[in-house]
Design a protein around this ligand. Sequence first.
Ligand code: SF4
Length: 205
Amino acid sequence: MTGNLLNIYKIIKNTEVEGPGRRFCIWTQGCSRHCKGCFAKQTWEFGVGKSFTVDDLWNEIKAENGIEGITLLGGEPFEQAEPLAILTTLVKNSGYSVVCFTGYTYEELKNSKNSGVTALLNNIDLLIDGNFIQDKFDLTRPWVGSSNQRYLFLTDYYKPEDIKKYKNKIEIRIAGNGKLEINGMGDFKKLEQKLCLQLGQNKIK
Ligand code: SF4
């Protein structure tokens, strides 16, 4: 996906469990990394999500009250770096923060020759990098599922002490049709057992 168009798996306009504070969250569609144990295989295929222009998404972000920023998850946001760089420039210029989860390491992104990747990286306040690794499963830190994943403070918008006040949490929404939707990070198996329900797993990284 290039230019001004984004392919999106899912949006939650106002959530408190995908980064600091209240956030507008965008799950991109498409990931070529195919990590073992990925929670979100439904986001791997490219081009099967919903298409949005950058302007469509920006208008939705601006219309949402009470958010302090946006969070990009996947899929792999950096596979759609060019349009996300345009979107995040609008977001940053309006004073919102940008948090991004990626399966790439910061070093891989920093060394990329792709100008879209560099532009997106330059707009991120808090980057959470690294694949989910099943053998390093660890839920003791907020928003992440394995101990290799790092919080990288690329601007001074957030500081390490800001992160310490958060814990992993799960949000459950019940749609009008009765469908349950969960997001956040936690032990989904335990939750399923406790609720005695078959819940869809929507957490991505
Ligand atoms: S964990 Fe993230 S980077 Fe890895 S396959 Fe899943 S969506 Fe892609």
